[in-house]
Design a protein around this ligand. Structure first.
Ligand code: BES
Ligand code: ZN
Ligand code: ZN
Length: 477
C-alpha cells in the first residue's frame, strides 16, 4: 500500500477534510451540540460546510494529554474519515507544535489496511489516504518538517513490517522471509548475509536446525549490518536480535487448536529487527548496528526434534529439550552466540514473542522488559512513553537460572510454571554471557485482536518505533 504524501505547511491547500483536536473543557466551536460531543478521548463530531468537512476529535482533559493522546485521536479521526471515503486530510497542529510526530504517526498508522487476497478492491468503500497536510505556524515549520519526516519513515517501515507480519504461514516461510528481508535491506544500502541449511550445518547452528527440522520449509539465519557510525565503533556495534518463527505449531509438544492461526505472528520479533534496521538506514542514524534474525517453522514433521533431545548451539553450549513448544529460546540461543562471537557487541537487544506467561503478567498493552542494565532499562521505558509502545520492567536476577538447571546439558529449555516469563528470559540471557543484555517479550503486543484507535486487527509492528526513539536519543552503551 503506498504511503500518503505528507505536506507540512502554514495553511491548507485545496479542500482537504479538516481535523482539529479539542481539549475537554474548552469552549465548544459554533455549531457543536454539547449533548453530542464532550471532548473525551475518542469522541468525534463532524461539521459540514459547503465543500469542506471538519472533524473535531476529543483529546480529553488538558492535564492528561500526552503524545499518545494525539496519536490515538489522529488515528480515530483518520479512520472515521476513511470510512466516509476521504482521500485527503489536514491535521490542524497549530495549537500542538510539540506533538507533530505522534499526530502524524497516528494518522499514518490508522491509514494502513492489510489488503488480503482475492478481495475485489472496487467493493471496498473505505477511502485510501493519498495526501496528509500538516498545518503549523510559520515559526514551527522547520521543526515540524523534521518531526513529520521522522514519523513518516518510522511508520512507513512499521506498516511494511505489518504487511509481512500479516502473511500466513503458507505464504511466508523462512526462505521467503529471507528473500524479502534481503531485497528490502539491499534497497537501503545495508549489508545482508543469509545462512541456508548447508551453512547453518557448517557453522554449528544446532538450535536453528533442530527447531526447523520438522518442517519441509528449511530454516534461515538472516544477518543485516548497518555501519552509519564512527569507524572505530564498528568493532562494537549494538546488536538487535529477533525471533522469527514463521509458524509455531508447538512441534511434537503440539499446541491446542484454539487460536493456533495466531501463531503466524510468532515471527514479529524478527520483523521488528528488520524494521529497525531498515529505518535506521533510511534515517541515516549515526550508529553501528547489526541485526540478526533466526527463522524457522516449528512443525511436527517426521524428522521433528523431540522432547529429550540434546542440542549443541553455535558456541558449544548444550540444551536439553523438554518441550518442543519452547522453541524461540533455542533459535535465539544460536543467534545470540553468533553475534557475540562474531561482533563483540556493546549491547544485545532481543525481541521475541517468547511466552504466553508475559501476557498473563502484563496483558496486551505492555511488553515485558527484562534486563539487569538499569540505564538501558530507563532509556527504553522513556522511549516507550514517547512512542506509546510501552514496556514494563521485569526481573532477570540469577535466581531464575535455578529453573533451567539440567543434569545433562548447559540448560533445559523449560522451568516450572511459576515465574515462567522470567525463567525463559534467564535462559536466553545465558547465551549473552557478559554482554549487556535486554530481552523484550512482545507476545502480548506483537499483534492485536482488539485494536486501539490508531491500529487495525493484526500485526502491530511493535518495537520498531520504540527502538528508533531510543536509538535517536542515544542508547547508554
Ligand atoms: N510462541 C509461543 C509463545 C506465545 C504464546 C506467544 C501465546 C504469543 C501467544 C512460544 O513459542 C511458546 O509456545 N511458549 C510456551 C513455553 C512453554 C512451553 C514453556 C508458552 O508460553 O506456553
Ligand atoms: Zn512455541
Ligand atoms: Zn513460539
Amino acid at each position: 500500500m503506498p504511503s500518503p504524501k505528507i505536506d507540512v505547511r502554514t495553511a491548507a491547500a485545496g479542500t482537504p477534510d479538516f481535523i482539529t483536536f479539542f481539549i475537554k473543557g474548552s469552549a465548544l466551536p459554533a455549531g457543536v451540540p454539547p449533548e453530542e460531543f464532550d471532548g473525551s478521548p475518542g469522541s468525534l463530531v463532524l461539521l459540514r460546510d459547503k465543500n469542506q468537512r471538519t472533524l473535531i476529535v476529543g483529546l480529553g482533559e488538558k492535564e492528561k494529554i500526552e503524545p499518545d493522546s494525539l496519536r490515538r485521536a489522529a488515528g480515530t479521526a483518520i479512520k472515521h474519515l476513511l470510512k466516509l471515503g476521504s482521500t485527503e486530510a489536514a491535521l490542524d497542529l497549530v495549537p500542538f507544535p510539540d506533538h507533530v510526530a505522534p499526530a502524524v504517526e497516528g494518522a499514518l498508522l490508522a491509514s494502513y489496511k492489510f489488503e488480503g487476497f482475492g478481495k475485489d478492491p472496487s467493493k471496498n468503500k473505505r477511502g485510501v489516504l493519498a495526501k496528509l497536510q500538516v498545518l503549523v505556524t510559520e515559526h514551527e515549520l522547520p521543526r515540524a518538517r523534521t518531526q513529520a519526516r521522522e514519523a513518516e519513515i518510522g511508520v512507513a517501515i512499521t506498516n511494511a513490517v505489518r504487511d509481512i507480519g500479516n502473511l500466513p504461514g503458507n505464504m511466508l516461510t523462512p526462505a521467503i522471509l529471507a528473500e524479502k528481508a534481503e531485497e528490502m535491506a539491499l534497497a537501503r544500502g545495508l549489508t545482508v548475509k543469509v545462512w541456508t541449511e548447508r551453512h547453518l550445518k557448517r557453522d554449528g547452528f544446532g538450535g536453528i536446525l533442530a527447531v526447523g527440522q520438522g518442517s519441509v520449509h528449511p530454516p534461515r539465519l538472516i544477518v543485516l549490518e548497518y555501519f552509519g557510525g564512527p569507524k572505530a565503533k564498528r568493532e562494537t556495534p549494538i546488536a538487535l536480535i529477533g525471533k522469527a518463527v514463521t509458524f509455531d505449531t508447538g512441534g511434537i509438544s503440539i499446541k491446542g487448536g484454539a487460536q493456533m492461526d495466531e501463531m503466524k505472528f510468532d515471527k514479529m520479533g524478527g520483523l521488528a529487527v528488520l524494521g529497525i534496521m531498515l529505518a535506521a538506514a533510511e534515517l541515516k542514524l549515526p550508529l553501528n548496528l547489526v541485526g540478526v534474525i533466526p527463522s524457522a517453522e516449528n512443525m511436527p514433521g517426521p524428522d521433528a526434534y523431540r522432547p529429550g533431545d540434546i542440542i549443541t548451539t553455535r558456541d558449544g553450549k548444550t540444551i536439553e529439550v523438554l518441550n518442543t513448544d519452547a522453541e524461540g529460546r533455542i533459535i535465539l540461543a544460536d543467534a545470540i552466540a553468533h553475534v557475540r562471537l562474531t561482533y563483540k557487541p556493546s549491547a544485545i537487544l532481543e525481541y521475541s514473542t517468547l511466552t504466553g506467561a508475559v501476557i498473563m503478567a502484563l496483558g496486551f498493552r505492555r511488553a515485558g522488559l527484562f534486563t539487569t542494565e538499569e540505564k538501558l532499562r530507563d532509556a527504553l521505558v522513556a522511549a516507550g512513553k514517547t512512542t506509546g509502545e510501552l514496556v514494563w520492567p521485569m526481573p532477570l536476577d540469577d535466581e531464575y537460572k535455578e529453573g533451567i538447571k539440567s543434569e545433562i546439558a548447559t540448560a533445559k529449555n523449560i522451568g516450572g510454571r511459576e515465574g515462567s516469563a522470567c525463567i525463559s528470559a534467564s535462559f536466553v540471557k545465558l547465551w549473552a554471557e557478559d554482554t549487556p543484555f535486554v530481552h523484550i517479550d512482545i507476545a502480548g503486543t506483537a499483534w492485536t485482536t482488539k485494536p486501539p484507535a490508531h491500529l487495525e486487527a493484526g500485526a502491530t509492528g511493535f518495537g520498531v518505533r520504540l527502538t528508533l526513539a531510543a536509538l535517536r536519543v542515544g542508547l547508554p552503551v
